[in-house]
Write a protein that binds this ligand. Structure first.
Ligand code: NZQ
Ligand code: ZN
Length: 388
């Protein structure tokens, strides 16, 4: 295990009915709020009306930025920054999934910055301060509700980039699993795949002596596997929705499950290049790419893949070589994604080989990616080719 420091400042308020606390929680941090939300789900469910009235009852002035896109766009973030400056907004409340929360973080970092907020995504500038943000999460997936990361797409240039900062952790996040009852089937699936993928990025590591972290990872994977089909069969399955939501938050909250371990993140890097051009849902892209990444890299550390196969999927190792066991675990992953309804090929999104070269090039723009196996451009391209 490597040396580490760990801080996570986000106040989590979990449980049915907790959205009722949004007024008091927000009023602790700000008086003039930008309410950021997506394309309509919060209006349909009544969460929008309820939130606005709770904020007003708490004496908070509300301005709004609706229509955050899934895969949120830089142009929309810039609109939010302009509103905050014009209206002297002092707090941002994101009500939605990862896209809404990520947009809120980018706005929060952009408001006090003199330059272009995109600088934070290209590494040209480092965030030194940000407006405080809070969230009401409506979709179990990204972990953005308890981490400092934001992922935004510069659509004009087909670039999707991330930043991570200690200044953009939400002050609070309200996690009411009943708010996810209305998440449609495809986004429930995409969310589950994203949660599992966050765990994979941390679990498949070359760092030695991390048994506790590995078991944290395995327990999240097993919890998602046990609960997602229950939520798909019955979208109002309270326990399943609660377990998925907490799994999502724990899977990517500043690295708690993998402290002291080298992380990989190559598959995320590759998926972001696909989304940047084709605007596909993040989890759907990961369902295609991750099993192919696994096939491509598993020989780097076969014992971790054997452990994964046996502990997570219950593969019986008797009479099999390590290679056979590892491949059985990878196939079980693919089969599971397919069984819950995730796509398995880029062709399912009508993506062909035309832009593989550009995607591979962009993925390694700052050098080789990944730590489990360092991937150069030709490796990324090979994984994309396996994914066609
Ligand atoms: O826009 P609305 O109408 O709200 O609809 C959304 C959207 O269409 C819908 N939805 C959300 N909650 C709902 C609901 N529909 C009905 N009932 C509800 N309760 O779901 C759709 C997808 O939402 P989105 O926020 O895009 O999904 P997700 O949470 O998966 O976020 C994806 C974005 O997060 C980034 C991804 O790259 C992508 O841009 N990521 C952010 C990370 C982070 N900040 O740490 C890490 C991730 O790896 C990821 O890269
Ligand atoms: Zn992800």
């Amino acid at each position: 295990m490597n040396s580490f420091q760990f801080v996570n400042p986000t106040h989590i308020v979990f449980g049915e009915g907790t959205a009722n606390q949004v007024g008091q929680l927000t009023a602790k941090h700000g008086k003039t709020v930008l309410l950021v939300y997506g394309s309509g789900s919060v209006k349909k469910t009544g969460l929008y009306d309820k939130t606005v009235s709770l904020l007003q009852d708490a004496g908070v002035t509300v301005h709004e930025l609706p229509n955050i896109e899934p895969n949120p766009r830089l142009s929309t973030v810039n609109k939010g920054i302009a509103i905050c400056r014009e209206q002297s907004v002092d707090f941002i409340l994101a009500v939605g999934g990862g896209s809404v929360i990520d947009a809120a973080k980018a706005i929060a970092a952009g408001v006090p910055y003199d330059g272009d907020v995109w600088d934070f995504f290209t590494g040209k500038a480092v965030i030194e301060k940000a407006l405080p943000i809070g969230t009401i999460l409506t979709l179990a997936a990204t972990g953005s509700e308890m981490n400092g990361s934001s992922v935004v797409t510069n659509w004009e240039e087909n670039l999707k980039r991330a930043f991570g900062s200690s200044h953009t952790y939400p002050k609070f996040s309200i996690l009411d699993p009943t708010l996810t009852y209305t998440v449609p089937r495809n986004h429930t699936v995409n969310g589950a795949v994203d949660i599992m993928s966050h765990v994979f990025e941390q679990y498949f590591s070359l760092t030695e002596n991390t048994p506790l972290q590995e078991r944290f990872c395995e327990s999240i994977l097993q919890t998602v596997i046990e609960n997602v089909e229950l939520a798909l069969e019955n979208p109002e399955h309270a326990a399943a929705r609660a377990n998925l939501m907490w799994s999502g938050t724990m899977a990517l909250n500043g690295g708690m499950i993998s402290v002291g371990m080298a992380n990989d993140w190559a598959s995320h890097g590759i998926e972001h290049e696909v989304s940047a051009i084709y605007d596909i849902p993040h989890g759907a892209g990961l369902a295609v790419i991750f099993p192919n990444w696994m096939k491509y890299v598993h020989e780097e550390r076969i014992d971790r893949f054997v452990q994964y196969a046996t502990r997570v999927w219950g593969v019986n190792p008797a009479g099999k070589s390590d290679q056979e066991i590892a491949l059985e675990g990878i196939q079980a992953t693919r089969d599971f994604f397919t069984r819950i309804g995730a796509e398995s090929r880029l062709a399912d999104f009508e993506i062909g080989s035309e832009k593989l070269d550009r995607m591979a090039e962009e993925a390694v723009r700052y050098g080789a990616i990944g730590s489990f196996k360092r991937l150069e451009k030709q490796d990324v391209k090979a994984i994309l080719e396996l994914s066609l």
